[in-house]
Design a protein around this ligand. Structure first.
Ligand SMILES: [Zn+2]
Ligand SMILES: [Zn+2]
Length: 181
């Protein structure tokens, strides 16, 4: 008797790699698009799928003239596989309409209806432009205590100032910026 206790759905190609945290390669995201296109429209996606490593103001896009779907890599890294699949489905809905010669925009009713019919989102989730301001790392030259600030500061180590200088600012303990990556 075979073990049939687990009725887990078969993972799509490349999902194991995605779960491991490494960005899936282009062939993998391409396979995702094909699987979605087959499931929803009965055809493989005939165009090109690629990651957009720096696309942040939207989650993906589709260019009908070249049949290129771009998917934001920062979006994938932030929201993961499920959300990225939803974006792929959204872009495939664009493809499907253009394929039938139906010109449309994001807010065209015919497009909105198709999104609804296939359970695709109208928009991606918000992706901050730069992931917020980067933290600057400072270190105390005396005790090695590490401090993080969003802006440039001219502080001294509070711990050392309290311990050695009665809590007053002591330039000997002025924090030293550590260059970022
Ligand atoms: Zn769109
Ligand atoms: Zn210190």
């Amino acid at each position: 008797m075979t073990n049939q206790t687990d009725a887990k759905p078969t993972p799509l190609p490349g999902l194991a790699g995605a779960a491991a945290g490494a960005p899936p390669d282009v062939a993998t995201v391409r396979a995702w698009a094909d699987a979605l296109a087959l499931a929803h429209f009965g055809l493989r996606f005939p165009g090109t799928v690629r990651w957009a490593p720096r696309l942040r103001y939207r989650a993906g896009d589709y260019t009908p003239a070249t049949r290129v779907i771009r998917v934001s890599l920062p979006y994938y890294l932030r929201y993961g596989y499920e959300e990225t699949m939803r974006i792929l489905l959204h872009e495939l809905c664009h493809w499907w309409l253009f394929r039938q010669g139906v010109h449309h925009r994001e807010d065209s009713p015919v497009f909105q209806r198709l999104l609804t019919a296939h359970g695709a989102p109208a928009h991606g989730l918000p992706l901050q432009r730069s992931g917020g301001r980067r933290l600057r790392l400072y270190v105390c030259p005396c005790c090695g205590m590490r401090y993080h600030y969003r802006r440039r500061v001219n502080y001294a180590c509070g711990r050392c100032c309290r311990r050695w200088s009665g809590g007053r600012f002591d330039p000997r303990f002025r924090l030293v910026p550590v260059p970022g990556p």
